[in-house]
Ligand binder design. Structure first.
Ligand code: NAD
Length: 364
């Protein structure tokens, strides 16, 4: 059978890591038909919009997408393509496994954390009021009238929205994932001591849902304490479930614990659609240099193979990547800090090495 998959190369280092990943996925022997779609800066240059409708159409049709990172201009310019895709397709669960493979540059061993990030609301609601606009002025008046609080006239607003519905489904997702993968504990992360009606709601719902899963331990942590505990003793954590912003930040933190963004994969999952993409961004300064580590995207490809129930191919590809990391001969600059560039390889050579390993594993 041939799988139809939407392929979004993205911006910056995206096309290079996507090409490397496409090559190793094809080398597993699984057959793909890639439905090429442009999003982000590359789409804006071609079509005048960073997110053409056909990207949505393609993913809705194929149900699965492999996506490279996309640049989002900071402060001004177009809104995040990633947020628009996740919200538009209701890909409400962002799954980011962070595990230490032997040989990665990390002071930690045996870290195996899965961050489950809510993907559709929180401070990513997209509801914002620019400083000085009539809407911002009206909002300031409304706040003053209804709460008695004074807000400075020169304020801008980004609204944090947390609903019972989205909290419940993401926490359920985390517990269902824990059960399906024989994991033992779910930790909910929040700042409910300060944001009582948003994070407080998330925590209350998490506690309710946890009662439906008596076989899995449940605990909660305030986000600042969580950050500290993660860097002190990450092995104590198993599944971490968090609203959108904390999930975003903590998944980068966890990526740092296990060797960096170059080895941190991810998936965005809805009820019947899924996109697979690395945690990292488009790292524009390395674009076109054959320098970026493609392993985070390759490991996202492993997640995609699992999703397609191609378990053998998934395990073989993960083992091939793990062996290349363990050998340490064909890895990119980020895997060998403090070593001259002459002793590391580029993006496409990593793909060559993984393909060689796949052949060895097949013949073994
Ligand atoms: P980034 O992840 O692109 O890069 C941060 C740093 O991490 C890089 O400078 C580099 O040192 C390192 N790095 C990242 N990926 C690497 C790889 N594969 N191999 C080796 N080193 C790697 O984060 P940023 O600089 O904050 O963001 C750049 C752009 O990416 C922004 O426009 C941002 O909005 C976007 N972004 C997109 C996504 C996505 O598409 N899912 C995610 C995060 C950021």
């Amino acid at each position: 059978m041939t799988y139809q998959v939407t392929l979004i190369p993205g911006d910056g280092i995206g096309p290079e890591v996507t090409e490397a990943t496409k090559r190793v996925l094809e080398a597993t022997g699984v057959s793909f038909h890639w439905d090429l779609a442009y999003a982000g800066g590359s789409a804006k240059d071609r079509f005048g919009t960073p997110l053409p409708d056909y990207v949505f159409e393609s993913i809705r049709k194929n149900k699965v997408a492999l996506k490279g990172p996309v640049t989002t201009p900071v402060g001004s310019g177009f809104r995040s393509v990633n947020v628009a895709l996740r919200k538009g397709l209701d890909l409400y669960a962002c799954l980011r496994p962070c595990k230490t493979y032997p040989g990665v540059p990390s002071p930690f061993k045996d870290v195996d954390i899965v961050v489950v990030r809510e993907n559709t609301e929180d401070l990513y609601s997209g509801i914002e009021f620019e400083e000085g606009t009539p809407e911002a002025v009206r909002l300031i008046e409304l706040i003053s009238k209804t709460t008695g609080n004074t807000v400075r006239e020169d304020s801008g607003f980004s609204i944090k929205v947390i609903s019972v519905t989205c909290s419940r489904r993401i926490v359920r997702f985390a517990f269902d994932y824990a059960r399906a993968h024989q994991r033992k504990k779910v930790t909910a992360v929040h700042k409910a001591n300060i944001m009582k009606f948003s994070d407080g709601l998330f925590l209350a719902v998490a506690g309710e849902v946890a009662k439906e899963y008596p076989d899995i331990e449940f605990e909660n942590r305030i986000v600042d304490n969580m950050a500290m505990q993660l860097v002190r003793n990450p092995q104590q954590f198993d599944i971490v479930v968090a609203p959108n912003l904390y999930g975003d930040i903590l998944s980068d933190l966890c990526a740092g614990l296990v060797g960096g963004l170059g080895v941190a994969p991810g998936a965005n999952l809805g009820d019947d659609l899924a996109t697979f993409e690395p945690t990292h961004g488009s790292a524009p300064k390395y674009a076109g240099q054959n320098k970026a580590n493609p392993m985070a995207m390759m490991l996202s490809g492993v997640m995609m193979l699992h999703h397609l129930r191609e378990m053998q191919a998934a395990n073989r590809l993960e083992n091939a990547i793990a062996e290349v990391i363990a050998e340490g001969k064909n890895v990119t600059y980020d895997m060998k800090p403090n070593i001259p560039d002459t002793q590391v390889v580029g993006t496409s050579q990593v793909a060559d090495a993984v393909i060689e390993k796949l052949k060895e594993l097949k013949n073994a």
